[in-house]
Design a protein around this ligand. Structure first.
Ligand code: SF4
Length: 459
């Protein structure tokens, strides 16, 4: 999908490794797809914290000189795409808080749904906020009653006041805490480094690049505290569900990551197979995918339907954001810089085009236009997810109903708008059925497809 759906963030923690800074930096590069607006690392040498953060891509924020200032054996890092709060340096994480009871750093992936109400209460009690990010709320809750002896109880009490989706990493001088919301909406996994240290990351692709061993996923509602002496675990809530964000599988995560024991590429491929079974196209010549996240589903569709899979669209990986958007013709040129049609492949062909989702519909419309200009005879669009009809409140930038084409229009109206010969989506039941074939005993959040949210959303 080249449309406008954006993920909230990626987090990484390294505990007890002499190269903690470099390992964190490499993992941030591996997690770059989860956020491109800002990046940061805070380290601890057990006596002091050190911080570097900035706006932009990981390699725009860090260079050797800056990495050299990050001394220590423990580190947490963050890549950011802004949802709550805005784009500015003060909202780039990790945050570092100075406090007489002990400094600590904090970063977060997700969105706190009741943040406004909590912030108002905290301000009424004298708290001063440095940023407009909802992450800072956790720090204020945490520090309000902090004592070393009761740190787990205080973290648990703080988390119990939060509603929404979160994974937090909190680094004191000597302890790394990792926490996951009680619905398990965002992924967080625990692994072991080759020297015996620990790694905690949003995606297991980080483990692979460091040759770390996967131990397990942090459970919904779990708080882990890692010190040199022990790994202590507890739950802040017994009221847990397993509602992993379906879009982590469909779009956000890397195909080489395992999310709750399911490989993301395999999940997408299975979605493509189910799509082919339930939403076939008769006598098509080729199946093509919209790069990159839809290629696995397109492969699945092709293998199930026995229609050849081909490379009909090529993505230019080195193009960032394009700022040209005033007219349709200029928008088309801008899209062509990002995505090229392989004319020799699509010319004269009846195509099945597999994409993972449609948000506003303009990009799908332009892709179909490009394919027809290149000589495609027919273009049948198949979506490896259900219509995106409801906004997400858990850290995914879908903002409002107005921006979602499927919220306002029927599938037939969307088909007419994007000018496809046919348009069909995976249904929510088919998506759940796909997930059940992997038998991991978990369920999914499908709220942006069904409107059934796992938490209260109106505060
Ligand atoms: S509403 Fe959609 S995007 Fe948001 S967490 Fe649920 S499945 Fe993911």
């Amino acid at each position: 999908m080249l449309d406008t759906l954006k993920e909230a963030c990626g987090v990484i923690g390294i505990f007890n490794h002499p190269d903690a800074t470099q390992l964190t930096y490499l993992c941030l590069k591996a997690l770059q797809h989860r956020g491109q607006e800002g990046a940061g690392i805070v380290t601890s040498d057990t006596q002091n914290h050190h911080i570097v953060r900035g706006e932009g891509l990981v390699d725009q924020v860090f260079n050797k000189q800056k990495l050299d200032t990050l001394l220590g054996i423990h580190a947490i890092g963050h890549v950011r795409y802004s949802t709550k709060g805005g784009k500015c340096l003060e909202n780039v994480q990790p945050f570092l808080f100075r406090h007489h009871s002990g400094d600590f750093a904090l970063c977060h992936n997700g969105n706190i749904v009741n943040s406004d109400i909590l912030k108002n209460n905290l301000e009424a009690q004298g708290s001063l906020f440095q940023s407009t990010s909802d992450t800072e709320i956790m720090a204020h809750l945490f520090k309000k009653n902090y004592t070393d002896a009761q740190r787990f109880e205080i973290i648990k009490n703080s988390l119990n006041q939060l509603e929404g989706a979160f994974t937090f990493l909190l680094l004191t001088k000597k302890i790394l805490y990792a926490m996951r919301d009680k619905h398990g909406l965002r992924p967080l996994s625990l692994g072991r480094l080759d020297n015996g240290g620990y790694i905690v990351a949003s995606e297991t692709c980080c483990f692979d690049i460091l040759n770390a061993t996967f131990i397990r996923d942090i459970e919904p509602g779990e708080v882990i505290g890692i010190s040199l002496e022990e790994l202590h675990t507890t739950h802040y809530s017994q009221n847990i569900t397993h509602k992993m964000c379906a879009m982590e599988y469909i779009y956000f995560s890397r195909p080489d990551s395992q999310i709750e024991s399911i490989n993301v590429h395999n999940f997408r491929k299975q979605c493509g197979k189910v799509l082919a079974q339930k939403h076939p196209v008769a006598n098509a010549d080729l199946v093509i995918g919209v790069p990159d996240s839809s290629l696995s589903a397109a492969m699945g569709y092709a293998s199930e339907s026995k229609i050849p899979y081909e490379l009909g669209l090529v993505k230019n990986k080195y193009v960032g954001r394009t700022f040209i958007e005033p007219t349709q013709i200029l928008r088309e040129h801008a899209l062509k810089i990002k995505l090229s049609v392989v004319k020799a492949i699509v010319e004269g062909k009846k195509l099945v085009v597999v994409d993972d989702s449609i948000v506003r519909g303009n990009t799908s419309k332009n892709i179909i236009k490009l394919l027809r200009k290149a000589g495609a005879k027919e273009v049948h669009f198949r979506l490896a997810s259900p219509p995106f009809s409801y906004p997400c409140f858990y850290g995914v930038d879908t903002s409002t109903f107005e921006e979602l084409i499927a919220a306002k229009q029927s599938i037939e109206d969307v088909r007419k708008f994007i000018e496809a010969d046919s348009l069909e989506y995976l249904t929510p039941d088919e998506l759940l059925e796909t997930q059940r074939t992997f038998n991991n005993g978990k369920s999914l959040c499908l709220a942006c497809f069904t409107g059934k949210y796992p938490t209260k959303t109106n505060f």
